[in-house]
Write a protein that binds this ligand. Structure first.
Ligand SMILES: Nc1ncnc2c1ncn2[C@@H]1O[C@H](COP(=O)(O)OP(=O)(O)O)[C@@H](O)[C@H]1O
Ligand SMILES: [Mg+2]
Length: 269
């Protein structure tokens, strides 16, 4: 069952959008397009299907277009061409009201920088999405407590974000995303800022939760070991192009080029 489809979706930053896309169709690399037009081809026309219930990893170096791809899925970024479908529905054709409803009820985002509200307690941060959904404060309470416990933050309900470590803050971010009941999670390098040990704990936590919850997750990382550990499939981005998609074992055993091979060598180091 397909959940998210990108149909020839691209993103060009800058004024010469049409020209950049024409050059991209002629297989000109992003660096050359930038030189000729001044426009940044952040994502070349990309077609991709994410299956319901999978953890789909997007991997690549900094600047390769990972965040752009992710943000096109909840339309934080408008595509320069193509359409994004969620359950067969073209989200680029939704009215502002419909888009708000989709984001509120089905899509949740988890950021590297946590994105917590600094003056709100852990409880109020976790319950924020439910509040936006119009759930009453009594009803919110039980849902919020459950997710706080599930991410291992029992006893911290009244703490403020600044009183927590990075790992704990991201537990709050995860609980907030899960509490909304969203079935699609978009995660942009959520664990990249954390120390290796804490990062591993968070990966294990997500893996454990996912086994039970079966969310559809699109997860951005620049770390192949993280991609292999969490992902059902991995897409490798290079200069705005997906150059390889496959299971972790395939990527490691048959990297398509030196760029991909360099990631796999990190793994052996
Ligand atoms: N708002 C923007 N305006 C202009 N260029 C941008 C903007 N956002 C991203 N870019 C450029 O698009 C490319 C891809 O960026 P991004 O998707 O953030 O990559 P990643 O998340 O892989 O680091 C980069 O060259 C970046 O500088
Ligand atoms: Mg990014």
């Amino acid at each position: 069952m397909t959940c998210i489809t990108l149909d020839r979706v691209s993103k060009v930053y800058g004024r010469e959008v049409k020209q950049a896309l024409t050059l991209s169709r002629e297989d000109m690399p992003a660096s050359e397009i930038r030189r000729q037009t001044g426009a940044v081809l952040a994502l070349a026309p990309t077609t991709l299907k994410v299956t319901a219930g999978e953890i789909f990893m997007i991997m690549g170096l900094s600047g390769s277009g990972k965040s752009t791809l992710l943000r096109l899925i909840n339309r934080l970024i408008e595509p320069s061409s193509g359409c994004v479908y969620v359950d067969g529905k073209n989200i680029n054709a939704l009215s502002p009201t419909e888009l708000r409803a989709l984001r509120r009820d089905r899509l949740a985002m988890v950021f590297q920088g946590f994105g917590l509200l600094p003056h709100r307690t852990v409880s109020d941060n976790v319950g924020f999405g439910l509040e936006v959904q119009g759930v009453s404060s009594d009803e919110r309470h039980s849902g919020v407590s459950k997710w706080i416990a599930r991410v291992g933050l029992d006893g911290f309900s009244s703490a403020l974000p600044h009183e927590l470590s990075g790992g704990m803050r991201q537990r709050v971010g995860l609980a907030r995303a899960l509490a909304t009941g969203a079935d699609i999670l978009l995660m942009d390098e959520p664990f990249s800022a954390l120390d290796p040990l804490i990062r591993r704990e968070m990966q294990d936590l997500l893996k454990g939760l996912q086994k039970e919850l079966g969310k559809t997750i699109v997860f951005v990382t620049h770390d192949l070991s993280e991609a292999i550990k969490l992902g059902s499939r991995i897409a490798i981005l290079k200069d705005g192009q997906i150059i390889q998609v496959g299971a972790g074992t395939e990527i490691v055993s048959s990297p398509v080029d030196d760029y991909v091979r360099a990631f796999t060598e990190d793994l052996r180091a």
